[in-house]
Design a protein around this ligand. Structure first.
Ligand code: M6R
Length: 617
């Protein structure tokens, strides 16, 4: 976790670093800090808490005219969130300052060695060994760059590290297992854990690779390997724009991103259905059953006999959804929680495709699973939102969900785009295996093509706020569903607990009677997801909870009289094929969570203890 950033070039280092940190705050918000060169030394300012707290103090502590600096926003791993543990960390002299994202696994041994040599440490962090090692190597007579390289050579674990050092008008940085991108503007250079940090200043990006060492100077940069050999990495232009990563008048990023789902889905589907390009921002045309994944021509998945999905959190729910889509079309598919798969991998055969589903492409558990699958010789595919992410680079192939940047810690639009992408992938696999389109695919693709418009209707007409007000302040909330409605029930509960801090659980509807029903009382609102498939059985489960006095909120198609008549409250969506209905039902549940959390005055975009990108195992 954590976000790091660096600026070299203009006299606005402080402003640019703060902008970058605000755009990276989704990666962690336990503390924040900057180190800026002021011409005679290095000013460091760091504070426990969010970046707003840092901003309150920074004017008095940092020279506003500096042109070189580094910044950090922290999600704590080693040591509590205090001022002392906030980054940047410095050496004994204050001439070296370092920010770091990742975990230095051998820091205890290095720290003992440095303490024996007289170095004094101020924090509990693993990171602080880095500036002290650089100091030690400089004392031995090495240049700052050589000392940095020697230090990096001693580190084990995952890291993206950036350093400023007295006497050098620039920044040194490197990465190993943690993301780091370089932004290239005419007279300035930026570094960040994620490109949105500097999109306001430049859209020209270099995705650095593990082992790259980059030296930034005003208007220039050099990339080398650890041994100093030059490495060529031409900049690419990213097509995300700065406004995508701003709140645009909404109270919260989460609400903005819920509202962005029609656009995100149009981007996801553009050119992939019906062989045609949808107009800008519009859904692709309906009525043609071609599926075109530009990256994968027909036959690309011909040898696939089974699919194993690995993912975490919301992405796991999208993966679970994909198993239902594939299994219903006769393809063997399973979804694994990546943290478990990494330690207990499933057997891999000749025709096994392992698909890592990850919005960020940087989730450590998912990457570890991917590496395990790669080691076992599986064919691997990343389904991700981030071009140039580690998952995309470490997989054999990548399929992009094209949802645009998502800043709210709670995943919303990316779930919808993942589900749409995975549905198309499922159809592509079926066609490659059987030579035929799957049964009923015309209706499914028509529903997908209409999904953006239908999501818009749900967002415009939703009664979620009223439902949230009616059922606020209950001890526990249940979410039930079956088939493609089951992942939606799990996702509804995850979103609810994540941003409201209230207890919520998702269940396969049929599983309730095998234990959880014991917890159901008249104080347990039950959200029942109906998708138009196997709904009769879910109706029986609804009756079972109602018999225990629980209020039921049916999330169902607007013409589903049976579900709507029996429920105490309803949240409806336009009629759609079950796979698309699941997405529409999920949008209603996103809105319920949002409004309950808002009523409770929770930190919706930055829920406590969490971060957007979980880069530790
Ligand atoms: O970037 P990823 O999709 O790999 O992230 C996986 C989870 O950490 C993420 O989906 C998390 O569960 C969300 N914050 C939930 O809203």
């Amino acid at each position: 976790m954590c976000g790091i950033t660096a600026h070299v070039g203009s006299d606005e280092a402080v402003e640019d670093l703060l902008t970058g940190l605000e755009n990276l705050e989704y990666r962690g918000y336990d503390s924040a800090g900057v180190a800026v060169k002021n011409g005679v030394g290095i000013d460091v300012c760091k504070r426990q808490g969010e970046i707003s707290k840092l901003k309150e103090r920074i004017r008095g502590e940092v020279d506003g005219g500096g042109n070189v600096g580094i910044g950090h926003t922290r999600w704590s791993t080693h040591g509590p969130p205090t001022d002392e543990n906030a980054h940047p960390h410095t050496d004994c002299t204050g001439d070296v300052a370092v920010v770091h994202n990742g975990i230095i696994e051998n820091y205890e041994g290095l720290k003992r060695e440095l303490e024996r040599d007289g170095h004094e440490f101020d924090s509990d962090t693993d990171t602080e060994v880095v500036p002290h090692l650089v100091e030690a190597y400089r004392d031995e007579g090495l240049s700052p760059e050589a000392a940095f390289r020697r230090t990096v050579g001693r580190l084990e674990g995952s890291y993206a590290v950036a350093m400023v050092v007295e006497g050098v008008d620039g920044v040194y940085a490197t990465r190993n297992g943690s993301p780091l991108v370089l932004g290239v503007a005419d007279d300035r250079r930026y570094l960040a854990s994620d490109a949105p940090a500097f999109l306001k200043f430049t859209d020209r990006v270099v995705y650095l690779e593990d082992g790259d060492v980059v030296a930034l100077e005003p208007g220039d940069h050099r990339i080398t390997d650890l041994d100093g050999n030059p490495v060529e990495r031409p900049p690419e232009t990213v097509d995300w724009v700065a406004e995508d990563a701003e709140k645009g008048g909404y109270d919260h990023y989460m609400l903005k991103e819920i509202h962005e789902q029609p656009t995100a889905l149009a981007q996801t589907l553009q050119g992939r259905i019906g062989g045609g390009q949808g107009a800008d921002g519009a859904s692709p045309p309906a009525g043609n059953d071609a599926v075109e994944l530009e990256e994968f021509p027909p036959g690309a998945f011909g040898g696939v006999e089974s699919v194993q999905f690995v993912a975490c959190g919301t992405s796991y729910h999208a993966a679970l959804y994909a198993t239902r889509v594939l299994a219903s079309r006769g393809v063997e598919a399973s979804a694994y929680r990546a943290g478990e798969y990494a330690t207990s991998p499933a057997p891999i055969g000749d025709g096994t495709l392992v698909v890592a589903v990850t919005q960020s492409g940087e989730t450590a558990d998912t990457l570890e699973s991917l590496r395990v699958a790669n080691e076992q010789g599986a064919r691997t595919l990343a389904v991700t939102n981030v071009v140039g992410s580690t998952a995309a680079r470490e997989s054999d192939d990548a399929l992009f969900i094209r949802a645009g940047p998502e800043i709210g810690v709670a995943a919303t639009k990316t779930f919808s785009s993942q589900v749409a992408t995975l549905t198309l992938l499922g159809e592509r696999i079926v066609r490659d295996l059987t030579g035929l389109a799957s049964e009923g695919v015309g209706d499914l693709l028509d529903s997908l093509a209409a999904l953006g418009g239908n999501v818009q209707r749900v967002v415009d007409e939703s009664r979620a706020q009223a439902v949230a007000e009616t059922y606020a302040d209950r001890p526990s909330y249940f979410f039930i569903g079956r088939d493609v409605g089951y992942p939606v029930a799990l996702e509804g509960a995850l979103k609810f607990k994540e941003i409201t801090y209230e207890h919520a659980e998702g269940f396969a509807a049929g599983e309730l009677k095998h234990g959880p029903l014991a917890l159901v009382t008249e104080e347990t609102p039950v959200f029942a997801v109906f998708t138009g498939r196997h709904d009769g059985k879910t109706l029986s489960n609804v009756e079972q909870v109602q018999a225990r006095g629980a209020p039921v909120i049916a999330v169902a198609s607007e013409d589903h009289d049976a579900a709507l008549d029996v429920a105490d409250e309803t949240l409806t969506y336009p009629e759609a094929a079950p796979e698309a209905a699941a997405v529409l039902a999920n949008v209603q549940l996103q809105l319920v969570s949002y409004h309950v959390a808002k009523g409770l005055d929770r930190a919706i975009d930055k829920p406590r203890n969490l971060a957007k990108s979980v880069t530790v195992e």
